[in-house]
Design a protein around this ligand. Structure first.
Ligand code: SF4
Length: 416
């Protein structure tokens, strides 16, 4: 959105920071690893003020929202820090910094959006903030309570994306399944998905970050029966032990989790289930970890990510006395990752001989392979289907292929 505003003001957008006169970094301050990544990126970009054309370094986003004062003190190379609260005055601040009059209004209203994910896939945000208050998570403090975008706005943006050639929409929010509860008084994701699927040109729609307790029968029905909705559920469960779930202030328990997983698997054949788990939450006992491990072993998620608990300032969990030693966290993390590697391998090998429609994302660096994805994979997080490049296929095209082999977390296919 910010890139759209800059373009409107006739700024030229360059991809190489070496060529940029102003570098704007959008940060994440959600967990320790994201904070470290953001700070490394700021320091790296600050180098371009010495060795490149960069005159202005601007840093915005969640990290600034949380730690503006500390950042201002510790990284003086940055010319402007913009916290989320200041986004309404973004232009005043940038104009002041560069000493130029800027015509845009001081608002982040939707403007001509620049797609940074390639030519055929776009993320579509349907809500801001979160009201769930999981005890380990800083997002509600950074981003505020859950606020859904009106349906008309989302549909307008989706139609404009389709007109630009976008074929795959990835619906995101901190919690997508709560969509509509604040502005329409009911869970409305299923209805929204149906309306999005009526847009010409959009062929695939998927949604991420589904909170288990808000997955309705209607939503399962839409995923099952609407051919544009990918049969893919991303449900960050975080844990399985009732003791831990309760202390995390999650609304689910082991019984309700089992029930919803069973329902989705029974209703939607070949559905892909993705989840994320946290190991080493304060007070997680060997027994708690064992329950989590056994659950993952039984459920056999097609895709699974694990985080080591990160103690976040200001969150209730950070104050719990019984913090887990980093070596224990690491060993629990390793145990799950090594089990999941085997599960993933078996799940992928089962695909050999099957045929899938895949979307061509691009080509390998040596141009020998087409890099594509089926409904089973989200960009950057999941695997790729590598197919020998015949030279006749274009980026953004849908093609049919047969899976002939597996390589680590990826599949090898051939065009049919
Ligand atoms: S649902 Fe997600 S974003 Fe919201 S508080 Fe829990 S972990 Fe944080």
């Amino acid at each position: 959105m910010c890139i759209g505003l800059l373009k409107k003001e006739k700024f030229e957008i360059v991809n190489n920071p070496q060529d940029a006169e102003m570098i704007i970094i959008n940060t994440c301050g959600f967990i320790q690893s994201a904070k470290e990544e953001a700070i490394n990126c700021i320091l790296e970009m600050a180098e371009y003020k010495q060795n490149g054309k960069c005159k202005y370094l601007v840093v915005m986003g969640c990290l600034v929202q949380r730690y503006k004062k500390e950042l201002e003190k510790s990284i003086p190379e940055v010319d402007l820090f913009l916290s989320i609260d200041e986004y309404d005055n973004i232009w005043e601040k940038i104009a002041e910094l560069i000493g130029k009059e800027i015509k845009s209004k001081n608002t982040l209203e939707y403007l001509d959006r620049i797609i940074s994910t390639g030519n055929s896939t776009a993320y579509l945000k349907i809500a801001e903030g979160c009201s769930n208050r999981c005890t380990y998570c800083a997002i509600p403090y950074i981003r505020g309570p859950y606020v859904s975008r009106p349906k008309e706005d989302i549909l307008k943006e989706a139609k404009e994306l389709a007109q630009k050639g976008i074929k795959e929409l990835i619906i995101i929010a901190q919690d997508t399944t709560k969509y509509g509860i604040d502005i329409y008084g009911k869970l409305s994701l299923a209805e929204l998905l149906k309306e999005l699927s009526e847009i010409d040109g959009i062929k695939w729609i998927r949604f991420l970050y589904a909170y288990p307790e808000s997955i309705t029968d209607e939503l399962i029905e839409v995923v099952k029966n609407n051919e544009k909705i990918c049969k893919y559920f991303d449900i960050p469960l975080q844990h399985f032990s009732d003791n831990v779930l309760k202390r995390m202030n999650r609304k689910s328990d082991s019984k309700s989790i089992k029930k919803i997983i069973e329902k989705i698997r029974n209703e939607i054949p070949n559905v892909i289930l993705r989840t994320t788990m946290i190991v080493g939450f304060p007070g997680e006992t060997e027994q708690d970890f064992f329950e989590l491990y056994e659950f993952i072993n039984e459920t056999k998620f097609e895709k699974l990510g694990v985080f080591k608990y990160s103690r976040e300032d200001g969150t209730p969990a950070s104050k719990i006395k019984n913090q887990i030693h980093y070596k224990t966290k690491q060993s629990r993390f390793d145990k799950i990752m090594s089990m999941q590697k085997k599960i993933s391998q078996i799940k992928l090998e089962e695909k050999i001989g099957n045929t899938y429609e895949v979307l061509v994302d691009g080509f390998s660096y040596d141009n020998k392979y087409i890099c594509a994805r089926s409904y089973m994979d989200i960009p950057n997080e999941d695997g790729t289907v590598f197919i020998k490049n015949t030279g006749k296929v274009k980026q953004g095209q849908f093609i049919n292929c047969k899976i002939i082999d597996v390589k680590d977390y990826d599949l090898i296919g051939e065009i049919i």
